[in-house]
Design a protein around this ligand. Sequence first.
Ligand code: SPV
Ligand code: MG
Length: 275
Amino acid sequence: MAFLMEAHSGLSAKIVEEAGFEGIWASGLSMSATLGVRDNNELSWTQVLDMLEYMSDASSLPILVDGDTGYGNFNNFRRFVKKLCQRGVAGVCIEDKIFPKTNSFLGENQPLADIDEFCGKIKAGKDTQEHGDFSIVARVEALIAGRGLEEALKRAHAYADAGADAIVIHSKKSSADEILAFCREWNNRAPVILIPTKYYRTPTDRFREVGASMVIWANHNLRSSIQAMRDTCAELKRSETLIDVEDSVAPLADVFALAGAGELEAAEKRYLAAS
Ligand code: SPV
Ligand code: MG
């Protein structure tokens, strides 16, 4: 089972790679929150592309981008796929909801996309991808929308028939029961990806036992950075001195190292005329 770790910037992409993960989840929630906006397609798709360009420049890891609902219909989505391929992104996940989307953890009874329309989107993406190994992942939101296991399975089968390379089955329950039941019924017809943000107490071995292929830690770099920034702000506001803060933040040398200062120094020796 593989693990994708969330990143939302060039810097966080580098940190994910440094930690040894095999891939990056470019989370829509995290990219939005980082720029101070809501996870409601308030970022345009070209703004998302710009963020991805920094991330793919910063890291050699494969990036699976959260493509929300594809930014419109099949035509908007296939153009997004073309641009992702040009930027070296490894794959995109689209969810079967309506544009503009709402985060899965907000509200009840979120409207779902028409199955045939969503299948057309998947097909258009597969027909457009410029590299054979680009992945289109279909995210089933039936459990999120309270529509039950049968609806989730029906949708997952339709999306696999349409050519989806893998299925994300999502849930907002604190118990993994419905997710595990889905996986057992699905029986690995196509690879299954889980996002255990809400059912985080479930031991990871349970996901292995039901044959999950991949787990996404979807927002934990964003949330850890919020906590760290808040702690530092509070301490400095209170103490009005750096004395107690210096040892609790990353050394400045780390900032330069992560930005690649060493590479520039070496390049200057090679390329700048000696004065
Ligand atoms: C994201 O990380 O943006 C996701 C996962 O789509 S979730 O927030 O659980 O919907
Ligand atoms: Mg998202």
